[in-house]
Design a protein around this ligand. Structure first.
Ligand code: CUA
Length: 156
């Protein structure tokens, strides 16, 4: 069968564009690592993360003057610890990971908004200089009870 020369050129052009596009997408995804946003992170095994320190004892730990480390675990459908009291004025370094699927960790009215990914620990530091109850919400769809996934931080 005879292919018109112009058609052949367009066909080659199309294939070339497709290859170029795939290369850009592939290299872009690889270079950026497709990572969720966050300060820094390291790997954990989501299967056993609740059995090894520090995630076997989630909660608030004093690490300095007015400075605390908050170790938290997200799971379908909740957070550990269920409730956490934070002294007013404390600077809290959160470290959080997921036991199962991707969850969110958002506190409306603050700039706290993390993606919680199984296998990775996400970090965020926040200074609580306002008293009150802060509702932590999951903002990543994670299953049937996603809407009910929440916890409370009590700052006083
Ligand atoms: Cu966890 Cu939505």
């Amino acid at each position: 069968m005879h292919i018109h020369r112009l058609e052949k050129i367009w066909l080659m052009f199309g294939i070339a564009m497709l290859i170029a596009f795939l290369a850009v997408v592939g290299v872009g995804a690889f270079a950026m690592g497709m990572q969720p946003p966050g300060d820094h992170r390291h790997s954990v095994d989501p299967e056993t993360v609740d059995q090894v320190a520090p995630f076997n004892q989630p909660g608030l730990r004093k690490i300095g003057e007015n400075e605390y480390e908050a170790t938290m675990l997200a799971f379908a459908f909740g957070y550990a610890p269920e409730k956490m009291e934070i002294p007013l004025g404390a600077t809290v370094h959160f470290q959080i990971t997921s036991k199962d699927v991707v969850h969110g960790f958002q506190i409306p009215g603050t700039n706290i908004n993390m993606m919680v990914v199984p296998g990775e620990v996400n970090h965020l530091t926040y200074k609580f200089d306002k008293a009150g109850n802060f509702l932590v919400l999951c903002n990543e769809y994670c299953g049937v009870a996603h809407e009910m996934m929440m916890t409370t931080l009590i700052v006083k």
